[in-house]
Design a protein around this ligand. Structure first.
Ligand SMILES: Cc1cc2nc3c(=O)[nH]c(=O)nc-3n(C[C@H](O)[C@H](O)[C@H](O)COP(=O)(O)OP(=O)(O)OC[C@H]3O[C@@H](n4cnc5c(N)ncnc54)[C@H](O)[C@@H]3O)c2cc1C
Length: 504
């Protein structure tokens, strides 16, 4: 049998996507005799944003075998228990989307089912009060999961806020130490094989030519391989996701870093605050049809809590995805594969999923169509469900102004329409296949956005209402008790992973 194994991989781009891919390939293709190279251009640079993550990033770090405190310290990270939405449904409103489970089921009846029954009858408190994560975030507390049976402390679920440039640098060191070869240079030309249009090689500005069997396009919005060379095509999703611009600025801390991302609604979009150990990342994402750049900039700068540390960076994007993330012998990851605005911090996660699926369907040089198609269907599904989740944040608000009026009229996708209808009828939420967001996230955001069901799951009637009330009281009391006992987020960082301080 002829050896058709992949012998060489070339990654184009050294931003978050490129170095996540390089670190993963060198780690998981160990002993497979695959040469992994990465070319990047310091002259072009990276987008330098993407600083909030969601919990699966912790699996990425652990699977690489990286020590968590070490990376937290070196990328100046803080911990994230969820996202706070301020003024989102209307001025003065506030809700929290916590990570991790809320409450416990009672027999076969889930927490959302019985909580909703009592909530609709006016006998339950706000959803946040039952989540230890939400209560801890409100108090600026943090702890990693601890073995404490029958308490929510077992299941603390968290992610990180980090400096994107430091994260890429960390992964670069990791990857280079294990054999990834980095080339500084700008790709000027991409050669395709005449017989089938597969990529044969890339040529750099200095004249060097690099061949490979498999190419990974991590070149950011430019899509040097997937679009400029392979003309894969892009699905524009701006009919669902209205924002198309972002302004980004770093500022000094005005207070100790909170263990959550804060998102505040603005006249034509939203503003994020991402606290790191050494600074705060701020950004204003907006729709350019409803506000001009100068006004968007004034809005951002006027509401910074600390002194700005950088000149604002201005970014344009079209929400959507590449028609095929895997085309011929090229796989696009990161911004080269698409971008859905940063409201729920899903960009880095989608890179992670792309890498995980690449490893699952790792090809040989025949590039079986069945593998490629399946990969593309999975990624298309996951991008689509993330889009639905983001869209849900816009369609149901009471905010005034032309932008928010426009948002209320955004068309629903069929999958989101079904999700909302199922919820409205009996509060049911189903998580399908590899959909990213769990039931708890949908519940938090639907309730947060004031999407209230007409009725609850009839199975909740199988429980004695007095027992439900007692259970709810117990969960709420435990959430508070556990949060009260946690250390302040800053103290936790100082003790285990402060930047520049060696771990005890
Ligand atoms: C405003 C905004 C906010 C975001 N916030 C979040 C967030 O909070 N959380 C999250 O998960 N995601 C977020 N994202 C997404 C996240 O930033 C990206 O997923 C992540 O940074 C990956 O970027 P990248 O590596 O694909 O691209 P880039 O960082 O742009 O890297 C591209 C690389 O390609 C190289 N390159 C380009 N052209 C060439 C060429 N011709 N030759 C050689 N090299 C080349 C560049 O030098 C660079 O190294 C955000 C994105 C935006 C736009």
């Amino acid at each position: 049998m002829m050896d058709r194994k992949i012998r060489s991989v070339l990654i184009v781009g050294g931003g978050t996507a490129g170095w996540m891919a390089a670190a993963s390939l060198v780690r998981f293709l160990e002993n497979m005799n695959v040469r992994v190279r990465l070319v990047e251009s310091e002259q072009i640079g990276t987008v330098g944003v993407g600083e909030a993550t969601i919990p699966p990033i912790m699996d990425f770090i652990r699977q690489l075998g990286i020590d968590e405190n070490d990376i937290v310290r070196r990328i100046k990270a803080t911990f994230k228990l969820g996202i706070a939405f301020r003024d989102w449904t209307g001025p003065g409103d506030f809700y929290f989307h916590p990570f991790g489970p809320t409450g416990f089921g009672m027999g076969s009846v889930s927490f959302p089912a019985y909580w909703l029954k009592m909530f609709l009858e006016g006998k339950a408190a706000r959803l946040e009060e039952y989540s230890v994560q939400a209560v801890a975030a409100e108090q600026d507390k943090f702890v990693r999961p601890v073995h404490a049976p029958n308490t929510p402390l077992n299941k603390i679920t968290y992610a990180l806020h980090f400096d994107a440039l430091l994260f890429a640098r960390y992964l670069r060191q990791f990857a280079e130490a294990r054999g990834v070869e980095r080339t500084e240079g700008k790709v000027r030309h991409v050669s395709l094989r005449p017989e089938d249009g597969f990529i044969e090689s890339v040529s750099l500005e200095n004249g060097d030519r690099i061949e490979a069997d498999l190419f990974i396009d991590c070149s950011g919005f430019a899509g040097v391989l997937i679009e400029q060379a392979l003309e894969t095509g892009f699905e524009d999703w701006s009919r669902w996701l209205p924002c198309d611009r972002a302004l980004v600025v770093h500022s000094e801390h005005a207070a100790a870093p909170s263990p959550y991302t804060l998102v505040t609604a603005r006249d034509a979009g939203g503003q994020w605050r991402i606290p790191l150990q050494h600074r705060v990342g701020n950004g204003h994402v907006y729709c350019s049809s409803f506000i001009d750049g100068d006004k968007a900039m004034d809005t951002l700068l006027a509401s910074l809590e600390g002194r700005p540390l950088t000149d604002p960076l201005s970014l344009r994007f079209t929400p959507g995805r590449r028609r095929k993330a895997w085309n011929k012998n090229c796989i696009a990851l990161g911004l080269a594969s698409g971008f859905l605005e940063p409201l729920e911090a899903t960009g880095i996660h989608l890179i992670q999923r792309g890498i995980a699926m690449l490893l699952k369907f790792f090809p040989d040089r025949d590039f079986a169509q069945a593998d490629t198609e399946r990969y593309n269907r999975i990624l298309e599904f996951e991008f689509g469900r993330v889009r639905d989740f983001l869209l849900m944040h816009y369609i149901h608000t009471e905010r005034g102004g032309a932008f928010w009026d426009h948002c209320r009229k955004l068309p629903l996708t069929g999958s989101l329409q079904e999700k909302i209808e199922l919820f409205r009828s009996h509060g049911r939420i189903l998580r399908e296949d590899t959909e990213l967001f769990p039931v708890q996230s949908w519940l938090s955001v639907m309730i947060g956005q004031n999407i209230v069901p007409r009725s609850y799951d009839p199975m909740a009637d199988s429980l004695d209402p007095r027992k439900i009330e007692a259970k709810l009281d117990e969960i709420r009391a435990k959430a508070k008790q556990c949060a009260d006992a946690m250390p302040p987020h800053q103290d936790f960082i100082d003790k285990y992973c402060a930047a520049g301080v060696l771990e005890a």
